[in-house]
Design a protein around this ligand. Structure first.
Ligand code: SAM
Length: 213
């Protein structure tokens, strides 16, 4: 779904930074070999993630929902030289695919893959984080926020993906539609939680930036 008219969206993409060659390869292979390739962040959102990460210069990043590692590599572009990313995904079949691209990127030794449910893994991480990207299963977004907020450093940023959920956030909600209900609850939580400041950006499927005070 385009939130801008399609032609204007194309103009925005055409006048933004080019996608690095390695990410183009990763995208091609994802579309050839992996189910639901549409899940990867894609060239425009990827450049936005890279830019935000470069502005923050994080020492530690946490990503929930690695998929094939596209956003991991975009976020890694802003890491401090000694920095590291912890990225969690429940899908075991993606581990080797991710590692192949992580190692080709030059960030390989800074990226730590965690296999399992994010709900189980987050409490086992002893780090605090400067930047967190929430991009896993929607029904757990609220739980993820509660698990990470105390691990976020003051001034730290949470980026949350798919917060407009294909525009469903402004439509009547089916009682069986757990994901839309979860996204609505999450968006209200971010707006009202006094520990953070939040702005929703209408980028791709909606990307929220929340800053811890
Ligand atoms: C939208 S994709 C992530 C896309 C990736 N961040 C990117 O931008 O390229 C969502 C991922 O979350 C993973 N996932 C779903 N439920 C999960 C859970 N409970 N814990 C950890 N990962 C989960 C899926 O396996 C999938 O790879």
């Amino acid at each position: 779904m385009y939130f801008l008219p399609e032609k204007l969206d194309e103009y925005v993409v055409a006048h933004s930074q080019e996608e690095p060659e390695l990410l183009q390869q990763l995208t091609r292979e994802t579309y050839q070999k992996i189910l639901q390739p549409i899940m990867l962040s894609g060239p425009y959102q990827g450049r936005v993630l890279s830019m935000i990460s470069k502005l923050i210069r994080p020492k530690t990043i946490l990503e929930l929902g690695t998929f094939t590692g596209y956003a991991t590599l975009c976020l890694a572009e802003g890491l401090q030289s000694e920095g590291e990313i912890h990225t969690i995904d429940v899908n075991e079949e993606l581990i080797d695919f991710q590692r192949k691209y992580f190692d080709q990127s030059g960030f390989g030794s800074q990226i730590h893959q965690h296999l399992g449910s994010a709900i189980d893994i987050i409490p086992t991480l002893n780090n605090t984080f400067d930047l967190v990207f929430i991009d896993a299963d929607k029904p757990n977004y609220v739980n993820y926020f509660h698990l990470i907020i105390d691990k976020l450093n003051p001034g730290g940023i949470i980026l949350s993906d798919n917060v407009l959920w294909h525009g469903k956030v402004i439509e009547p909600v089916d009682k069986k539609d757990i994901s839309t209900q979860a996204v609505l609850e999450f968006n209200t939580l971010l707006k009202n939680d006094k520990r953070i400041e939040t702005v929703v950006l209408p980028i791709r499927d909606g990307l929220t930036i929340s800053r811890k005070k």
